[in-house]
Design a protein around this ligand. Structure first.
Ligand SMILES: Cc1cc2nc3c(=O)[nH]c(=O)nc-3n(C[C@H](O)[C@H](O)[C@H](O)COP(=O)(O)OP(=O)(O)OC[C@H]3O[C@@H](n4cnc5c(N)ncnc54)[C@H](O)[C@@H]3O)c2cc1C
Length: 455
């Protein structure tokens, strides 16, 4: 085999953690540089009946890209980004390319690769496809799935297969779940095949975007404003993001002095693509805001560099929480991130209950922020000890049951991985799990791909 499998301890340790706080040291590490090398690893693994868990940049928050069972297959070196095809508005990339690099390559020719996970500068397109990653602008553009046209996949037995999304507008042949097999792989967290190449769909790049940070004295006021905004015909945001008071405090540490007002208990951040002129766009937002009696002036982020500044503030929240979580690892603590979602009109009720459940159990250090426009705020906790971790996990489980009663989901963005697997049966019934198991068995009969993820 031309790709070497490393059993070196320091190499194995270098691939033993993702952003979940789980620490699992693989038995072997493979770092292929070509499709052929991936094929060789899978053929060998099939013949040895050895497990293979693939990894991009290991920013997963669910333990999906770490394992102590078999080979950790890092795709990070396969980071080729082809020239953009401006005619078909597509780009073809290797799985290890960073999402941020793809976005820059497409923006250079006036095109947009729309998915925007907050981690875009540190996560790979293979990981984004395998988790069906989303972000703030998913509110307007949808998650990664919508932007994947074709995939080259190395299957568990080492065969390479290409899947291309069909362009049909009508189709009545057979069961809907078999219409577009490409969709089986998007969101499959490395359990059905290894993505070795992707053709991505691009959109025209909007040339003028404005961001607005709007401040509130109370959390519920801000969450009601989310519903008002969604239902207003006057504005057309591409994202509606929420920050609670603790998230504002984290962002304040990285903001210019005096930028974020003192006393604000909640913030909504929106962006809109300017189609007429800035004045009219801001005028429409001004009218919407007039209906809110606010003590605080909104902050306008106009132009690319100001938007980047806003994005940096947004990113500081999850990354600070990750650092805080990691600092308690020695005592068995970690960050516990949730990514439940509810229908957007229920977001106020869901947050109210989530907070009450945490408080009832003496847990005060939760931060809530994120994609409220999609009914999808993140409630992140810091467990300082293993005991606190157990209490928090109990709180999360009760919260998820409430979320499901509101018509929600236990995981809207980061997937199930290993950490959330026990909550899958809360949401999916026996038939749904049996159907997924049947697909898994068909595509990976020996069960060697990413064991422990999802099922
Ligand atoms: C600070 C921070 C912010 C984040 N913000 C967001 C956010 O806004 N939105 C969001 O959706 N997520 C977010 N995440 C989670 C994470 O960044 C995303 O899920 C990301 O898409 C994972 O990419 P990765 O390259 O790190 O994948 P990894 O963590 O390496 O892998 C994730 C999963 O993908 C599988 N996989 C990786 N490559 C392949 C491949 N080539 N073929 C098949 N399977 C593969 C792995 O087996 C694993 O199951 C955030 C994480 C952090 C740390």
């Amino acid at each position: 085999m031309s790709v070497s499998l490393s059993s070196d301890k320091s190499v194995r340790e270098a691939y033993s953690a993702d952003a979940s706080g789980l620490h699992l040291i693989p038995e072997l590490v493979a770092r292929p540089e070509s499709v052929q090398e991936v094929v060789e690893v899978l053929r060998q693994a099939t013949s040895d009946r050895k497990a293979v868990t693939c990894a991009g940049a290991q920013t997963s928050t669910s333990g999906a890209s770490v394992t102590d069972n078999g080979v950790l297959l890092s795709l990070r070196s396969m980071d080729r980004i082809s020239a953009v095809d401006e005619h078909t508005r597509t780009i073809t990339v290797g799985p290890g390319a960073l999402v941020g690099d793809i976005k820059r390559a497409t923006a250079a020719v006036g095109l947009l690769f729309a998915p925007d996970p907050t981690s875009e500068e540190e996560s790979t397109i293979g990981g984004a496809i395998a988790c069906n990653a989303s972000g703030a602008r998913t509110y307007k553009y949808g998650a990664t799935r919508r932007h994947v046209k074709a995939l080259k996949v190395v299957m568990a037995n080492g065969e390479t297969t290409e899947f291309r999304r069909n362009d049909l507008e009508k189709n009545t042949v057979g069961y809907a779940f078999a219409h577009d097999p490409i969709d089986w792989f998007i969101g499959s967290e490395g359990t059905l095949g290894i993505v070795v190449e992707a053709e991505l769909a691009l959109l025209p790049l909007p040339h003028h975007v404005v961001g607005l940070a709007i401040f509130f004295k109370a959390e519920q006021e801000a969450l009601e404003f989310v519903v008002t905004t969604r239902e207003s015909p006057a504005v057309a945001p591409r994202c509606i993001e929420y920050f609670d008071n603790q998230a504002i405090e984290i962002a304040r540490a990285g903001a210019q002095d005096g930028m974020l007002p003192i006393g604000a208990m909640a913030m909504i951040y929106v962006e809109e693509e300017v189609v007429d002129d800035l004045e009219s766009t801001l005028g429409r937002w001004g009218e919407l805001l007039d209906s809110q009696a606010s003590d605080f002036e909104p902050i306008v982020f106009d132009g690319e560099s100001r938007l980047r500044e806003a994005r940096k503030l947004r990113h500081s929240v999850p990354s600070t929480m990750n650092e805080r979580g990691a600092s308690h690892r020695h005592a068995g603590g970690r960050k516990v991130s949730t990514d439940w979602a509810v229908p957007y009109r229920k977001v106020g009720e869901a947050v109210r209950t989530a907070r009450a459940l945490a408080t009832d159990h003496g847990i005060e250090q939760a931060v809530i922020y994120g994609h409220a426009g999609n009914g999808h705020p993140h409630q992140n906790f810091i467990a300082r000890t293993s005991r606190e971790l157990a209490t928090i996990e109990g709180v999360v489980e009760q919260t998820l049951k409430h979320v499901l009663a509101l018509g929600g989901t236990v995981a809207a963005e980061h997937g199930i991985g290993k950490i959330k697997r026990r909550w899958l049966p809360l949401q999916m019934n026996g038939l749904q799990i049996a159907m997924m198991t049947a697909v898994k068995r068909e595509l990976d009969p020996l069960g060697i791909l990413a064991p422990g993820n999802i099922l």
